[in-house]
Write a protein that binds this ligand. Structure first.
Ligand SMILES: N[C@@H](CCC(=O)N[C@@H](CS)C(=O)NCC(=O)O)C(=O)O
Length: 209
C-alpha cells in the first residue's frame, strides 16, 4: 500500500498515472497547493521541499519526494516500466533526467509568466516560450526515431506526458510536432493515464489536439 500526497498538476499526475499503470494499491491524500497545504508541518516531514508529489510506502515506511525519484522507486519495486539492462535502461534515465532538468522547469516558467502573469516580463515570456518550443522540437525528433522516448513505454514517457498535456498553456500547436502528437494521443488513450490524470480531483478532461 502506498500513501500518495498529491495535487492535480503535471508533477502530481506523473505519480498517480504510474500507480495506475503498475497496479499498486494506494491511498490518495490531497495537498491543495492553492491553499498552501504544502507548508503544513506534517507534510513537510515527508516533503521538506514543500512540493507535491510525495509518497510513503507502508510496506517499509520509506518516504520519498521528487517525482523522478518516486517514478524510479515504483518502477524498481514492481519491476515494471524501466528496463533493467541494456540500452533502454540508460535511455530511460537519460530522458527522465531531460524531463526533470528541462521540460518541468522550463514549461513551468511559461505557465508562470505567460499563462498567469502575461505582460509583466516580456523578456521572460520570450525566453521561456522559445525554450519550450526548442524542447518540443527535441522531443519530436526523438519520437521520429522511436515509438516512445526510451524505445518502449517507460517512466520517462510518464514523466514527460503530463507536462505536454498543458500544451495550450504553453501556446503550442501539437500539429506542428507530428511525432509528439502521435505519441501524445497514444498515451492519452491508455486507461491508466485516463484514471491517473483525474487524481486527486476531476477537473477538465484530458485536452485532445
Ligand atoms: N522537482 C519537483 C517539483 C515539484 C513541484 O514543483 N510541485 C509543484 C506542483 S507541480 C508544487 O508542489 N508547488 C507548490 C509550491 O510551489 O509551493 C518534482 O518533480 O517533484
Amino acid at each position: 500500500m502506498i500513501d500518495l500526497y498529491t495535487w492535480s498538476t503535471p508533477n502530481g499526475r506523473k505519480v498517480s498515472i504510474m500507480l495506475e499503470e503498475v497496479g499498486l494499491d494506494y491511498t490518495v491524500h490531497s495537498i491543495d497547493i492553492g491553499k498552501n497545504e504544502q507548508f503544513q508541518p506534517g507534510f513537510l516531514k515527508i516533503s521538506p521541499n514543500n512540493r507535491i508529489p510525495a509518497i510513503i510506502d507502508r510496506d517499509n515506511g520509506l518516504s520519498l519526494f521528487e517525482s523522478g525519484a518516486i517514478l524510479m522507486y515504483l518502477a524498481e519495486k514492481t519491476s515494471k516500466l524501466w528496463p533493467k539492462t541494456g540500452d533502454s535502461h540508460w535511455r530511460t534515465i537519460e530522458w527522465l533526467m531531460w524531463q526533470m532538468g528541462g521540460v518541468g522547469p522550463m514549461f513551468g516558467q511559461v505557465h508562470h509568466f505567460v499563462r498567469f502573469n502575461k505582460g509583466k516580463a516580456p523578456y521572460a515570456e520570450e525566453r521561456y516560450l522559445a525554450e519550450t518550443k526548442r524542447l518540443y522540437g527535441v522531443l519530436d525528433r526523438r519520437l521520429a526515431e522511436v515509438p516512445y522516448v526510451a524505445g518502449e513505454y517507460s517512466i520517462a514517457d510518464i514523466a514527460i506526458w503530463p507536462w505536454t498535456s498543458r500544451f495550450e498553456w504553453q501556446m503550442i500547436d501539437l500539429k506542428e510536432y507530428p511525432n509528439v502528437l502521435r505519441w501524445y494521443r497514444a498515451i492519452a488513450a491508455r486507461p491508466a493515464v485516463q484514471k491517473g490524470y483525474h487524481i486527486p480531483v476531476r477537473q477538465a478532461e484530458i485536452p485532445m489536439p
